[in-house]
Design a protein around this ligand. Structure first.
Ligand code: DX5
Ligand code: ZN
Length: 224
């Protein structure tokens, strides 16, 4: 399961899915080949909106695992260390929190690994890549936000491929994930810069045919 998060993969974000038929939306993209399902958790403090929590992550976890997939949780919440256990129990395979959300990045990464999950740390567009310089070897995933977190459907920030290429030498073996504004146009350049996990919300679930949209973005990213 966790090996999937080491491959080059497009991760559909359920934030843009139709929650009244979440199971069938997840099934559609997994039938098209998706194996990493991205879950966006927002608390109304770290970012203005409130979205979903462990209950919803847990409601799809069995389905995702049964189809050979992994649940990739993205915490956009304050004090993430208080909530990681609940997400691990809900079935998360990877848990990523924001560097800006806690003074205890090192300790929180270790705690996530202790829970048996892959540990990820995210940085906002306004945070310098050097903020991660002391974390080499501690994170399995480094998430470079390519929009300001909080909403789906925003425009990709232009300098993002350059930022990802500056991250590459700082992160050691960690995978670089990108999130926000990823579509068939932006996936190629950001892949070339060094990203290997590509979160796509509106470009997948906002399309008339999410399965076809997924396949086109995966193709553009050179993903499996
Ligand atoms: C934004 C979330 C994203 C969001 C991306 O704060 O972290 O995962 O779903 O949405 P799109 O792909 O529409 O930019
Ligand atoms: Zn996200």
């Amino acid at each position: 399961m966790k090996a999937l998060l080491k491959e080059r993969r497009v991760a559909p974000s359920i934030l843009s899915a139709d929650f009244s038929r979440l199971g069938s939306q997840v099934e559609e993209v997994m039938d098209a080949g998706a194996r990493v399902i991205h879950v966006d958790v927002m608390d109304g403090h770290f970012v203005p909106p409130i979205t979903i929590g462990p209950l919803v992550a847990g409601s799809i976890a069995d389905q995702v695992h049964a189809a050979g997939g992994a649940v990739d949780v993205h915490l956009m919440i304050e004090a993430p260390e208080r909530h990681i256990e609940a997400f691990a129990e809900a079935g998360a395979d990877a848990i990523t929190f924001h560097q800006e959300a806690t003074p205890h990045v090192n300790r929180t990464l270790a705690a996530i690994r202790e829970l048996g999950c892959l540990a990820g740390v995210a940085i906002n567009p306004g945070t310098a890549v050097e903020a991660l310089a002391e974390l080499r070897g501690l994170a399995d995933i480094v998430l470079c936000m390519t929009v300001n977190p909080g909403w789906g459907g925003q425009a990709f920030i232009e300098g993002s491929p350059d930022k990802v290429s500056r991250l590459v030498p700082l992160v050691g073996d960690a995978r670089i994930e990108v999130d926000g504004g990823i579509d068939t146009t932006t996936a190629g350049p950001i892949a070339e810069a060094g990203a290997s996990l590509f979160v796509a919300g509106s470009a997948v679930f906002g399309a008339d045919d999410p399965a076809a949209a997924y396949a086109e973005i995966a193709d553009a990213a050179g993903a499996v």
